[in-house]
Design a protein around this ligand. Sequence first.
Ligand code: ATP
Ligand code: MG
Length: 419
Amino acid sequence: MIQIPKGCKDVLPSQVYLWHKVEETARKTASAYAFREIRTPVFEHTELFARGVGDTTDIVNKEMYTFLDKGGRSVTLRPEGTAGVARAFLEHGLAGGVMPFKAYYLISAFRYERPQAGRLREFHQFGGELYGAAGPEADAEVIAFAAAFLQNLGLEHVALQINSIGCKSCRARYHEALRTYFAPHLGEMCEDCRTRFEKNPMRILDCKVEGCKSIAANAPRMLDYLCDDCRAHFEQVQSLLTQAGVAFTVNPSIVRGLDYYSRTVFEFVSAAAGAQGTVLGGGRYDTLLEQMGGKAVPAVGFAAGMERLLLVMEAEGKLPAPDDGVECYLAGMDKHSRAQAFLLAQRLRRAGVSCETDLMERSVKAQFKYADKTGARYVAVLGERELAEGAAEVKDMASSASERVKLKDLANYIIQRRK
Ligand code: ATP
Ligand code: MG
């Protein structure tokens, strides 16, 4: 038997309500913040991610699903959402339209990683992008949006950590300080970090190898190197968050995994989720659009990992209740009644009532058992006698009370008793 590829997961019909809940919460929160959905392709030219994500990142170096299509072009399954949104924004000339540009996405993303709990090869993200606003209000707005999403999911133990990684000019000075600090330790550090040391020493702070982590613990902090503009921006972001009642702590070691960030970076971390505690991350990336060949447009955004959110919801006891079953199960006592039930079901559905009827030639007893198992709210029984009266015996499955209801009134009977 052929099995699912490593690192992928099926969502079965019995579990899909969990996803619906998270997706619905995402859409509702986005609409409260006036972000509209954007949909871009699952695959893009490989070059887009090399440029848009950055070639010193783990994603581009080791994690991409890249292949040649039959026309010999190199394409890549999207490892994240931002690069595709940025491409679409530039390609459609949206900078000339209504600004700021605010969009959200609900996507699957693909990374060739070592699968563990909360780390998959196909995973799902909810993300938001705000382009065109350079001020700290935009950072605060996006962070507040992300915080509202987690709050709307009912999560209580997810902590917001923020940091500033400065701009091109102040970071250059910081990189020198980092190189001076790390140079005597290079021999004890992993190969990736030795490459990072040359290309982008700040990325060493994001290394997950224990030895590198303990060396990095005492490294100089970007916060001590911020230029006046970056410092003022960061202070203003903090002040806006405080005013908005969004709790946070400053964590100087957050740098984020992607190359394009500048100034504000942030993560929402759950203590309940174990090793894969970061459920949502984001920040400002003022150089991304320029780097991708457009004009400089300031940008800030976030992405949340849906599988990790579901793990945290479970750990916090915040998983939603399963969907209800149909409103009405139509049980037929004999062959003729079952045929009538089939027709009646079509009528009820046209009236907006969800219902089911027997497709397995089951006895009435077995039909009741099925209705009970699947959580039907009412069971309407049709037999020779009921049909002769033009009625059904309708049982409320919660209270076990039953009464005769005319078939022509059945839809209304159910609709009027909705909770
Ligand atoms: P990590 O440090 O855990 O590898 P990352 O920095 O690579 O995360 P981002 O690229 O910022 O993650 O993606 C945003 C969010 O998407 C993460 O915070 C996480 O919740 C989720 N995510 C990232 N990679 C995976 C994965 N392989 N499986 C499931 N969720 C993921
Ligand atoms: Mg990663």
